[in-house]
Design a protein around this ligand. Structure first.
Ligand code: SAM
Ligand code: SF4
Length: 342
């Protein structure tokens, strides 16, 4: 024995990441791939999009480094998304690499559910503690029309497998609400929410579709949905948590929860705490950002953590005050939802 004591390295704690409007940033959405096995009408064209080359997307180690750095700046919550995150090979391994990040309290995943039957167990075991599963319709033909895949049964099987793990709850089921389509889904989804331990959330259609065919007439607002529901049910609103994207309601008898994400009709930018990293490592400070900050090339060129921290802080300082959807002069970003990481 030499008597040498080995110093215990404490994780570096940096100042809270904050934007120029005084909002603390505590949530990062990371796209692990731009690829997807679905072709949802409101997101991707039928023929897909030109995919990024493998070499261009962040490696697991690069994602781990960025998440670690962000967590040291107070970004305590991370969500993996895409494209479809489950098409990224070995995703549970990435989850495992991220789950023990000091300062990270919450590791969530958004998926279309197609591969959940295969992957739910591995993802839960690896450390995903919150799941959002996107299901736009409970009716086979309409599901096919919306996603261009005849896969409702497969997705529902995946959801059931996921629900069998107590650690996976609470599970959220997200449906994009489209005028002329989703009205028919409102009551079936309400029943679904009452009969299952899932919070069903309606999301207003945003101008982030690759086809660029969005118009405000196609948005079925949360208010319109609640009005239809109120003819059948009494809904009781739960106080909104800070920085939450959804307004959440229970039925008067307390069975089941419905959420409404209404970014178009009732923007919730004032306490936005979110940033995003695209699959190729670009930092985006708003879903609707026009500009981005590249983190991948500086990382690959040898940037230190302090260099990256400076890049991140400078970009976040200029985070948009609010989105401009609906304003005259609104410009739709070049990337659509699957390329951003919704
Ligand atoms: N592929 C996964 C999925 O569909 O859950 C994760 C990525 S997807 C881009 C994330 C979420 O964005 C999904 O719930 C999807 O329905 C939603 N989304 C996609 N395009 C949208 C749009 N134009 N307006 C509103 N939500 C959209
Ligand atoms: Fe794929 Fe999700 Fe976009 Fe649908 S919403 S095409 S599942 S990325």
């Amino acid at each position: 024995m030499t008597g040498l004591t080995i110093p215990i390295l404490k994780p570096v704690k940096r100042n809270q990441l904050i934007d120029g409007h005084g909002r603390p940033i505590s949530d990062v959405r990371i796209s692990v791939t731009d690829r997807c096995n679905f072709r949802c009408q409101y997101c991707m064209p039928a023929e897909g999009l030109p995919w990024l080359d493998r070499a261009d997307i962040l490696t697991f180690e690069e994602i781990q480094r960025l998440v670690g750095l962000l967590a040291s700046m107070g970004v305590a919550s991370a969500r993996l998304t895409g494209g479809e995150p489950l098409v990224r090979k070995d995703l549970p391994l990435l989850v495992e690499m991220l789950a023990s990040t000091p300062g990270l309290d919450d590791l969530a995943l958004t998926t279309n559910g197609y591969l959940l039957e295969r992957d739910a167990e591995a993802l839960v075991r690896a450390g995903v503690n919150r799941f959002n599963v996107s299901i736009d319709s409970l009716e086979r033909d309409r599901f096919y029309q919306l996603t261009r895949r005849d896969s409702l049964a497969q997705v529902l099987r995946g959801l059931e497998v996921l629900a069998s793990f107590p650690e996976a709850h609470p599970i959220k089921v997200n449906a994009v609400a489209l005028k002329g389509v989703t009205e028919q889904e409102i009551l079936p989804f309400a029943k679904f929410a009452m009969e299952h331990p899932y919070e069903v959330r309606f999301i207003e259609f945003m101008p982030l579709d690759a086809d660029r065919s969005w118009s405000s007439e196609q948005v079925l607002s949360g208010k319109e949905i609640r009005s239809i529901l109120s003819e059948h049910y009494e809904l009781v609103e739960i106080p909104r948590e800070e920085s939450a994207t959804a307004r959440v309601f229970t039925f008067a008898d307390g069975q089941g929860r419905l959420g409404f994400i209404d970014p178009v009709s009732e923007p919730f930018c004032s306490d936005c705490n979110r940033i995003r990293i695209t699959a190729e490592g670009r930092l985006r400070t708003c879903l609707f950002s026009i500009g981005e900050t590249d983190l991948r090339d500086p990382m690959r060129a040898g940037a230190s953590d302090d260099d990256l921290e400076e890049l991140i802080r400078n970009a976040v300082w200029k985070k948009e005050l609010k989105h401009r959807v609906g304003d005259a002069g609104f410009v739709q970003p070049a990337r659509s939802m699957s390329g951003i990481g919704g």
